[in-house]
Write a protein that binds this ligand. Structure first.
Ligand code: AMP
Length: 286
């Protein structure tokens, strides 16, 4: 009998929606109630624990959950010994040094002797220590962007994705400290004991993510145009060519990057393709 594993995911904040969507897209069936702490996955040996984004690394490190999904910045900040199984492609952001627009500071070295407010104490201290820039790191639990205005610090180190929070607060980025995105974590001991099930979860999520970026293209074309069309369609390996009942005509099937589809279509048509179908891919295991 397989042991039921626990996956800790954020219960609040910006990582909730993309995390729950990924798990559902992966085919896991569960109820995510507003206040539920645990959800039982109905079609897989997994329980989902809804916890604070900030607590997930600790939960996985302590073995309260075998698996977790949280931001890579929080993993790096904690310095805990959890295994990063894979990046998940959402929750992308950059831990960035920023200063008020009207300040004279242009580079991290200009901040020597000054105060830097952040909720990422360890990453910030390490960054400045590695460059031998002496700064006073001021801990804040959130909203670091208001620290300069409150006179708490001359600079901040905070997460930025679009940059609009910085703009609204009259701040200008001067340097990137760390690049982050959501990651799947595992407890190292659990990886040894339950490696097979954990690998299943990884494959499940990986196949779901890989499928999101690709489309399945089907089209008809005269056999004489095959070489030209094949050049346009790298596919996963090479496109499949299927003879059609109509002599001299073939069907071509190929997997392409989703982002490339729109620029590809006119070129395929110009090269002789017709009846082009674009289909979603549900799961993809390379
Ligand atoms: P939360 O504070 O619960 O919304 O989640 C914070 C986590 O979301 C951070 O630790 C990052 O991993 C991630 N994140 C992604 N984009 C941003 C952003 N622009 N600002 C803050 N956190 C972000």
């Amino acid at each position: 009998m397989m042991r039921r594993l626990r996956l800790a995911i954020p219960n609040k904040g910006r990582l909730v929606e993309p995390t729950v969507t990924l798990l559902r897209d992966a085919g896991l069936v569960f109820e995510a109630g507003e206040r539920a702490l645990v959800a039982r996955v109905q079609n897989f040996e997994l329980d989902i624990l809804f916890v604070r984004t900030n607590d997930i690394v600790e939960f996985v490190c302590d073995g309260v959950a075998e698996l977790g999904i949280t931001g890579l910045d929080l993993v790096a900040e904690s310095g805990s010994s959890v295994t990063q199984v894979r990046k998940l492609g959402f929750g992308r952001c950059r831990l960035t040094i920023a200063v008020p627009n009207d300040s004279p500071y242009r580079a991290p070295a200009d901040l020597a002797g000054l105060r830097v407010a952040t909720s990422h104490m360890n990453l910030t201290k390490r960054y400045f220590a590695e460059r031998s820039i002496p700064v006073d790191v001021i801990p804040v639990s959130g909203a670091a962007e208001v620290a300069p205005r409150l006179g708490l610090a001359e600079a901040i180190v905070d997460l930025v994705s679009t940059g609009s929070t910085m703009v609204v607060n009259g701040l200008r980025p001067i340097e990137e400290v760390f690049e982050s995105e959501a990651v799947l974590l595992a407890n190292p001991k659990a990886l040894e004991q339950d490696g097979a099930v954990l690998a299943q979860v990884e494959t499940m999520l990986g196949a779901t993510l890989a499928a999101r970026d690709r489309k399945y293209l089907m089209m008809n074309a005269p056999e004489t145009k095959l070489a030209e069309l094949e050049d346009l369609l790298p596919g996963l390996e090479s496109p499949s060519i299927i003879p059609l009942a109509h002599k001299g005509m073939v069907a071509i099937h190929s997997v392409v990057e989703a982002d490339a589809v729109w620029s590809l279509l006119p070129r395929l048509k110009a090269a002789g393709a017709s009846g082009i179908l674009i289909l979603p891919i549900e799961k993809l295991v390379p």
